[in-house]
Design a protein around this ligand. Structure first.
Ligand code: NAG
Ligand code: NAG
Length: 478
């Protein structure tokens, strides 16, 4: 405990930070929050910046989280990853308990110890920044909003500035801002009635953690959003207004997915091999990300529902990550007796890390049953795949609503207000049939494909998202 207090009271401004040596270079320092969805997005941005703009990029985190980011990198070019300077920040030991699959709330509270440990990184991050600052013309810190406390010492360096990279959708961010200040969300009456509440999306503890960052959030010079005008232009404009009132710059650079997915996906993988043998748009991809665990009962209902739907599927059956994924002993999840034999040829159950962007980009994939994390949604949107939305916690209910009701490229599996009711096999069966094999499903798929096409165009050279990224780089290298 004493150690922690010491770290918290560390006063960077009183320490020495000399800056005689100067090189004519801008150094970019990524400071992610330890969680797969967060680690991934900053790694992707890091790769994009090193490969397209040839700037030095540092990636800061505990040794285990830096390793996690690397071993799980999906659809990235290894030679781009090799150019990133990973810097392991000394981190206090933390326990890494298993998730509780039977908990009533799906919020991954078992990650608390890892988050506690990562809140103690202010001092080592400050000394790293000090060192880099003395060797560079400018230091540009791009960080998760949950790391605002840890990077606050940017403000005492004469040549450093920071930007928040937002890992959630702008629609969700804007709704949360509105609801938290008691403003109404600018949506039509009909939609407004169906907007999910923020009740039960997270624990009080993580809410407090978020709130404790707010004094330091203001240090930033601007915000980067992983979204595009094509997806949520109206809400980007509204948020840009909020940003400019606060004198902050704002860029929507997403979704910058690797452009050469086909080339990368030539690699051997059980999912991709299997997809190669299926008819176009016939397979439902089922995955709930890295923070959701299902109880045995829920797994049984899902298995039966998939089987009864008679649709093809790839089901990634995994528990939520632990705080340290390398301490993981996988729980042996029981599928219904004889399930895997009965669905043989129709469905594939995988328990390993799956190449999600490549699966979504595959022409045999026609739907995605998802928890609606922003990573998953933006990948699905970009690839033009409609979504069966089954939000679990945090920003997911709002993002699910964006997908199903605002963009109209998906169907809801389970309303947020019914989150404590078991989703049974017949509900699953119905929604899967509707999405994969009905007229309504076809209309939704067509809309998703059109949106995907528009989004992909925006990320090409000369496209809106690409120009935003160019503009961000031009600004930081000014
Ligand atoms: C935006 O999110 C998608 C989905 O995870 C990711 O693949 C992409 O690389 C992200 N873009 C950036 C710049 O981080
Ligand atoms: C399944 O759940 C739905 C929605 O909660 C309910 O209306 C339906 O009666 C349930 N079906 C069975 C067979 O339990």
């Amino acid at each position: 405990m004493e150690d922690q207090t010491e770290v918290r009271n560390f006063d960077f401004s009183k320490s020495m930070c000399s800056s005689n040596l100067k090189q004519d270079e801008v150094a970019i320092v990524m400071v992610p929050f330890p969680g797969q969805g967060h680690l991934n997005q900053l790694l992707q941005l890091a790769c994009l910046i090193t490969s397209s703009y040839d700037l030095p990029v540092y990636y800061l985190g505990s040794a285990t989280h830096n390793l996690q980011a690397r071993v799980r990198a999906n659809a990235l070019n290894p030679s781009d990853i090799a150019k990133i300077h990973f810097h392991d920040i000394p981190t206090p030991d933390f326990t890494s308990p298993a998730p509780d699959p039977n908990a009533l709330s799906k919020f991954p509270s078992h990650l608390e110890p890892s988050w506690d440990a990562c809140m103690l990184l202010r001092e080592p991050i400050a000394s790293f920044l000090c060192d880099i600052s003395s060797k560079s013309r400018r230091v540009v810190v791009v960080h998760d909003s949950l790391m605002s406390y840890n990077v606050q010492d940017v403000s005492s360096l004469h040549n450093a500035e920071s930007y928040i990279f937002n890992c959630i959708s702008v629609f969700t961010l804007y709704c949360i801002i509105c609801l938290s200040v008691g403003m109404s969300v600018p949506l039509e009456e009909e939609l407004l009635k169906k907007l999910p509440s923020l009740d039960g999306i997270m624990t009080d503890k993580i809410r407090d953690r978020g709130a404790s960052q707010s004094p330091y959030v203001d240090i930033r010079s601007g915000d980067i959003h992983n979204t595009s005008n094509v997806i949520e232009g109206k809400f980007l404009d509204l948020l840009a207004q909020v940003a400019s009132d606060q004198n902050k710059k704002n860029w929507a650079i997403g979704p910058v997915l690797p452009t050469k997915l086909e080339r990368i996906s030539n690699r051997e993988n059980i999912c991709l091999d299997w997809l190669n043998k299926q008819p176009p748009r016939s397979v439902l991809y089922v995955s709930f990300g890295t923070t959701t665990s299902f109880s045995d009962r829920e797994i049984k209902e899902l298995a039966m529902g998939l089987e009864q739907s008679k649709q093809r599927f790839i089901w990634v059956l995994r528990d939520a990550d632990r705080g340290d994924i390398f301490t993981e002993e996988a729980r042996k999840v029981e599928l219904p007796e004889g399930f895997e034999e009965r669905v043989n040829g129709v469905g594939l159950v995988v328990r390993e890390w799956a190449p999600q962007p490549e699966i979504l980009a595959h022409s045999s994939t026609g739907g995605f049953m998802s928890h609606c994390g922003w990573n998953s949604c933006i990948e699905s949107i970009t690839m033009g795949v409609p979504i069966a939305a089954w939000p679990m916690h945090s920003d997911q209910p709002m993002t699910g609503f964006l997908v199903t009701d605002v963009l109209k490229i998906g169907l809801i599996v389970r309303e947020w207000e019914k989150r404590e009711v078991l989703v049974n096999a017949s509900t699953i069966e119905n929604v899967v049939r509707k999405l994969m094999a009905s007229e309504e499903g076809n209309v939704i798929r067509k809309r998703a494909e059109e949106l995907g096409e528009a989004v992909r165009q925006s990320t090409e050279k000369g496209g809106a998202s690409r120009m935003e990224l160019d503009s961000f780089i031009a600004h930081i290298t000014r």
